[in-house]
Ligand binder design. Structure first.
Ligand code: SAH
Ligand code: SF4
Length: 358
């Protein structure tokens, strides 16, 4: 079987070139062709010797997931539905803003962690994405968007828990950071986790990038219910892991994500408790209005409630942003990146698009 070059970070590509009897600088050249010039045809890599091009064509390929859906909402948010195998599809979402273009990338098909408010979690876990399937989302987005450097920021906030797939996520992150590939700074690449502590420590040691932690509740009783992995890694331990992470993080704060669920976690008391937590770790809050999906059992907090919640946090000295909801019309809002994965668990039958993918 031919080696998919999208699976290889710079070191792995150099090792692969060594097996072909080729020098490391040739590997760097090919890395630039593949990731910077988005070329998938070795025949067109014009500054490589003909025999190397032939060797590569026989031994390797450049294969990203297949685009099976492409929709753009009125605010410019663009979502691709990507088929990764016969049974699984994931989404990648591009969010254009005046000063930057952010790509939201998936790391798994489905998710095992089953957060109460998440449609990905409701579908159960299907499988880890490979490095090629993860970096392939960025490769494809740049190719399809065109222009110089359309994607300036990457967030691993699509489907799946990235810290449960670090073997494949870390090489993809290294490619995002590599000057011969995407050359993004560590501050412009954000991994979001529901709080998988061993993964946080490993990421810190192997490839520290900006970190977002999905907190969603100020105390263990509520967080146990909303984010079940909290039963294994409770808040006190999580905050300690955040402090350890900050020793090596490219930014001097952790972003705490907090989904606003009406009448569940959005009261004044929760805001005050959250502000107290914030004093224990250097952090910023990102309030995310809940994106409803059928049979979720939750409602989005009202804009007034979200403003009041943010106000209490700010009064106590916390830095707070509220996420704009974007791409609602194409189900591209974060946390909506699901419904396409074959529903093996049959826990729920949610988004109708699941049928369309079958
Ligand atoms: N598994 C990782 C990253 C993917 S989820 C994590 O949980 O952090 C990315 C973000 O979307 C998380 O903060 C998650 O809690 C949030 N999210 C999930 N479902 C949502 C929904 N229906 N509405 C709003 N945010 C949601
Ligand atoms: Fe998994 Fe994140 Fe969804 Fe929780 S919120 S089920 S960790 S994808």
């Amino acid at each position: 079987m031919r080696t998919n070059l999208l699976d290889l970070d710079a070191d792995a590509l150099a090792a692969f070139f060594a097996t072909l009897g080729e020098k490391p600088f040739r590997a760097r050249q090919v890395l630039r062709w593949v990731h910077q010039r988005r070329e998938d045809d070795f025949a067109r890599m014009s500054d490589l010797a003909k025999d190397l091009r032939a060797k590569l064509a026989a031994a390797a390929c450049v294969q990203a997931p297949r685009v099976v859906g492409d929709s753009t909402s009125a605010d410019g948010t663009r979502k691709w539905l990507l088929k990764v195998d016969g049974a699984n599809a994931v989404d990648a979402v591009f969010i254009p803003e005046p000063q930057r273009g952010t790509l939201c990338v998936s790391s798994q098909a489905g998710c095992v962690l089953d957060c109460a408010f998440c449609s990905t979690g409701k579908q159960g876990f299907n499988r880890n994405l490979s490095t090629a399937e993860i970096i392939g989302q960025l490769w494809l987005a740049n190719r399809l968007l065109g222009g110089e450097r359309p994607v300036t920021n990457v967030v691993l906030m699509g489907m799946g828990e990235p810290l449960l797939n670090l073997d494949n996520v870390i090489p993809a992150l290294r490619l995002m950071l590599d000057d011969n590939a995407y050359g993004l700074s560590r501050r412009r690449v954000t991994v979001s986790t529901s709080g998988v502590i061993p993964g946080m420590d490993r990421l810190r040691d192997e490839c520290p990038v900006a970190l977002a932690v999905s907190l969603h509740a100020p105390d263990d009783a509520l967080r146990d219910r909303l984010v079940p992995v909290n039963r294994k890694y409770p808040i006190a331990e999580l905050l300690k892991a955040c402090r350890r992470y900050l020793e090596k993080a490219p930014r001097d704060f952790i972003t705490f994500e907090y989904v606003m669920l009406e009448g569940v976690n959005d009261g004044d008391a929760e805001a005050r408790a959250l502000a107290r937590l914030a004093q224990r770790v250097s952090c910023k809050f990102n309030l995310i209005p809940f994106n409803p999906f059928p049979a979720s059992g939750f409602q989005r907090s009202s804009p007034e409630r979200i403003r009041r919640f943010a106000g209490i946090l700010q009064q106590k000295g916390a830095i707070v942003t509220t996420r704009k909801t974007r791409g609602d019309a194409i189900d591209a809002a974060c946390g909506q990146l699901a419904g396409q994965v074959a529903d093996r668990t049959r826990r729920t039958r949610t988004l109708p698009i699941a049928e369309a993918q079958a």
